[in-house]
Design a binder for this molecule. Structure first.
Ligand code: PSU
Ligand code: MN
Length: 305
């Protein structure tokens, strides 16, 4: 059976030539950031990846086709489409069958990337174990995908709207090594600091590439999660954020918002409650992660990072 996945020429050629490629998710563009920040940020991320010597490969679903390496116009088409379904691994086939538009979350992005032969992806934060998961059982398929997909994902930890300690535990349960890039704590997405440990700390992209090489040499099939803190100048104060998150979670509860709609709803509420500071932090950490991911991709491709 033919894999229903299209790899755009620029990315396919880079992969054939063994050049560094970084996969980028699009759910953050369509559902995580308000327009026009979403598209601006996606373009910005691509430019940063290029500046750091790698080829960006945004993943998305256009008119029922799963595309790796969306062209500029295609990225704009997806950002501007009327109905875009947030797509994880589970609803990927269903979304393709509608012939419509879909943005890919971390889970479907790393799935598609790895099928295409891409070894590095960047994201803002991963989905994880939601607060009150004991009642809702809401655990992001991102964790399942990380368990099964052999690549390096660079992120700023898990969004603060989640139960972060439980998310960290689940990464351990699923055999996903968590490597702190210039930090020895599991990052708190919008904020710096935190108390949760990582499996190792590294100072260079080459060290991440080496850990990934060893992980694969051991026969491990899971991802390596490289985590980096939000740059200091754009970080949010953790107490302020915590209060805003609690309010947003309570409001979601009251209004019966859950499932795939929960993350976008809470991110939107946070932006309002922090008067844009959470948005600035989100953009800054995305840029930071893209730069690191490109450096790691270069190190993996055997070029000096
Ligand atoms: N990081 C962000 N904003 C986002 C997301 C991550 O800064 O919108 C998206 C990612 O695509 C991630 C998804 O995979 O949220 C997780 O959603 P859920 O909790 O429904 O699995
Ligand atoms: Mn969920």
């Amino acid at each position: 059976m033919v894999l229903p996945l299209e790899i755009r020429t620029g990315v396919a050629e880079a992969l054939l030539d063994g050049k560094p490629v970084v996969a980028l998710e699009t759910t953050v563009m369509t559902h995580g950031l308000p327009p026009p920040a979403g598209l601006d940020s996606a373009r910005d991320c691509e430019a940063i990846v290029r500046r750091h010597g790698a080829v960006p490969a945004a993943v998305g679903i256009l008119r029922g086709r799963l595309v790796v390496g969306l062209h500029n116009e295609e990225l704009a088409e997806l950002a501007g489409a009327e109905r875009v379904t947030k797509t994880s691994m589970g609803n990927l086939a269903a979304v393709l069958a509608t012939g419509g538009y879909g943005s890919t979350s971390v889970s479907s992005t790393i799935y598609a990337a790895s099928r295409a032969g891409i070894r590095v992806a960047a994201s803002g934060g991963i989905g994880g174990v939601h607060r009150h998961f004991d009642e809702t059982l809401d655990i992001s398929p991102d964790l399942t995908a990380l368990q099964r997909t052999s690549l390096v994902l660079v992120c700023a930890g898990a969004k603060s709207i989640l139960d972060v300690p439980a998310t960290r535990e689940q990464l351990e349960t699923r055999g996903v090594p968590v490597i702190g890039y210039r930090t020895d704590r599991f990052p708190l997405f919008f904020c710096r600091g935190g108390r949760i440990s990582v499996d190792g700390r590294v100072e260079t992209p080459a060290q991440i590439a080496e850990i990934f090489r060893l992980h694969r040499a051991l026969g491990m099939e899971s991802a390596v999660l490289a985590v980096a803190e939000v740059p200091a100048e754009d970080a949010l104060d953790s107490e302020l954020l915590e209060a805003a998150v609690e309010e947003a979670v309570a409001e979601a509860d009251e209004r019966g918002i859950g499932g795939r709609d929960l993350t976008p709803f809470i991110l939107d509420r946070l932006q309002r409650r922090t008067e844009g500071a959470s948005l600035r932090a989100n953009l800054a950490l995305l840029r930071n992660n893209c730069a690191i991911a490109a450096d790691v991709a270069r190190a993996i491709a055997g070029r000096e990072a």
